[in-house]
Design a protein around this ligand. Sequence first.
Ligand SMILES: [Zn+2]
Length: 730
Amino acid sequence: MSSYKFVNFLWDDAKAASLDPVGRLVYRSNLLGSDQRITNTGGGNTSAKLFEIDPLTGQKVEVLWVKGSGGDLRTSNRDNFSSLYQDKLIALQQVYAAKANKGLKSEAEDAMVAMYFHTTFNLNPRASSIDTPLHSFLPGKHVDHMHPNAIIAIAASKNCEKLTQEIFGGDMAYVGWMRPGFELGLAMQEVARKQPAVKAIMMGQHGFISWDDNEKVCYTRTLDLIEKAAAYIEQKYAAKGGDATAFGGQKYASLAPEARNAAFAAILPWLRGQVSQQKRFIGTVQDDEKILRFVNSKDAARLAELGTSCPDHFLRTKIKPLYIDWNPQSEDAATLKKKLAAGLEQYRKDYAAYYAACKRANSPAIRDANPTVVLIPGLGMIAWGKDKSESRVTAEFYNCAVEVMRGAEAIDTYIALPQQEAFDIEYWLLEEAKLQRMPAEKELARQTIIVVGAGSGIGKETAHRLVKEGAHIVCVDLNPAAAEATAKEIEAKYGVGIGVAGTGLSNCGPALGLAANITDRASIRAMLDKVALAYGGFDSICVTAGIFVPSDTSGHIPDDKWALTFNINVTGSYLVADEAFKTWKEQGLRGNLVLTTSANAAVAKKGSLAYDTSKAAANHLVRELSIELAPLVRVNGVAPATVVQGSAMFPRDRVIGSLAKYAIPYTDDEATDSLVTKLAQFYADRTLTKSPITPADQAEAYFLLVTKRLSKTTGQIVTVDGGLHEAFLR
Ligand SMILES: [Zn+2]
C-alpha cells in the first residue's frame, strides 16, 4: 500500500540493515507495538525462523525466535524472546498425536506447554508463550500475531466469516474461536496446507495472524490488512452517521471538565474503599471524548453487559464492566453514590453466579468479585489494577473494547465470547499457574503514600525509601519544581510501566509531583483531590515539612517568625491531618500518618525557642491525633536530631554559624560538603552511637511506621537521634 491512514508505517531500511536477524525481529516488534491501533499493550507476538549454529554440534539449525511469555512488543528487547529448535517443535506433533484423550482444552493439550522447554535452543531462559505452536506450525519464516481494534471488530462481529471474505477476498482465511494452544496451531497449519496462497488468518473473537518469508513484507502485510479493515469500518461508520449515531446515539451529555474532576475527586476514595475490601487497588480515570461518547450513549448499558471479546482484554477488564445508569443532568452526587453501591452489590452477585455456573471440578477458587472497570455517564471510566501500570492497562483494554464495539456495531452486530469460553480462559489452570509463579508483592504494593516535604532532605529520602517497597509516591512540596524533580528521579529509576491510558493527572506513573502549602487548608484539599484523580485515593501520609527560623543577633525571635514557625511545624501538620481524615473516612481503609517532630521537643536549650516549643507541641499533636483518628489511622512521629547532610534546614551560612558557635576550625573557602561533614561529625560525637545521622536513617523510621511491622503502635514518637540521653522521654 502506498500510504496509510489508519496505521503508522515506520520501517526504515537503513536501520533494519544495521541490525542482525534477531535485532531485526526486535525492531519489527517494537515498531508494531508502538502503534496502539496495531496491537494492545502486552498483546500479540512476533517470530522469526532463523538459522543458527548449534552449540552442541557446530551445525546450522533452524531456530524459532518467538516473543516469550509476559513482556510487551513496544518495550521488548532480545531478552523477551525465547529461542527454540524448530525441528524439535515440529516433532512435538508426534508426541501430541500419541496422547490419549487429546483435543481442544484437554489436559493433554495443556501438558504440551511444559514440553516447549525441551526444545530450548542455547539455554535461553525465557519461558515460551502459549502461542508458540501458532508461530512454529505456520510456514512463513516471519510471523506476526496482532490484536488490532479494527480486526477484532470484525472478529467480534456476528457474521465474522462472511465479512472476512467480503473485506479481504481470498487474502485472509478464517478460523473460528479456539482457545490459544497446540490445537489452534494445528488448525492453522491445516489451513495453510489447504490454501497455500493464503498468508493470513482471521482468528474469530480474537485477532489475526499473518506471515511471509521476507520480514519487511511480513511487516507491510500486517499493516496492509489492518489498514484495509479500518478503512472498511470507517466507511461504513461514516455512512451510518458517524460519531453522532455511534452506539445508538447520545442519551446523556458530558459534564464540563471541572465538574467531572470535582465529581471524580468526591467519589473516587469512597469507590476505592468499596472495591478494595480484599486487596487494595489503584485507579485510573479516563474521560476523553471517545470514552465519553460510549458511556453517554443509548447502547452503552446493553453493550457493557455483553462484556469484552478479545481474551487479552477481559483478563484485565473482567467478564464485563460495571455500568451505572446515572443521569448526570438530573441526578446528584448522592444518587450516584447510592447507585454505585447498589451496582457493586449486584456485580458481585453476578460474578459469583458466573463462577458457579461455569466452574469445573478442578477450577481454581473464585477470585475477587469486584469490577475492574466502572462506567458512569457524564463522567467517563474508572479502571482498577494492583498498581498504576496495571490500572492503566485495564483502562487501555476497555478503551480497546469500546473501539472494537464501535467497529463491530458499524459493520454488523457485536458479539462477546460465550461465558463458558471466557471462564475457561479466566480460570485456565495454566493462567492460574502463571499467577502462582508471580513474585510475591512488595511490602507497600497497592498503596499510595503522600510525602509532604519531598522536595529535599528527609522527605526526598523517604520518598525514595518507600517507592523501593512498591508504594506509589505523591511528592508534595511548597516548591513545585522540587516536588516535580523528586517525582522525575523516581520515574527515571523505576520507569512508568506499560499501560497506555489515563486522562490528565491519571496518566501518571508510580510517582507524581504536586505543590501544596500546608498552612492553607484549601491548598491541602486541592492537593488531596488531585491525588484522588491520579490514583483513586491514598493510604498513608508522611509530613516531613518543617522550618527552623533562627533568632536574630540579639537572641530574640520576632513575632511574625514565631507565628511562621508554629504555622508550619504545628498547624500545618494539623491541617493536613484534619483534611486527610475526611478522605480516609470516605475510603474506610486503614492508613498511617507520620509527623516529624524533633529531639529538640524534649530538650530545652538556648537559641531555638520557637522551634523547640513548636516541636514540643508537635509531639503532643501526635498523641492527640492518634486518639482523634483511631482506629482508622495510626498516628506516630519521627524525632530526628541534627541531620545536616542533605537538609534544607542547614544551608552553608547556618553550617558556618554553627561551626563558629562550637569553635570548630574551618576556612571561608572550604567546600560546603567538607563543612557539613565537620559539623555532622561534631554532632555525632555528642551522641551515644557516635555516628553522623543521615536522611536515610530517618527514612527508615518513616518506612517502619507506614508498614504493618509496627501495626500496634500509635501515638508514639520514634527518635532517630543517634542516642541523645538529654532527649530521653520520661
Ligand atoms: Zn492473541
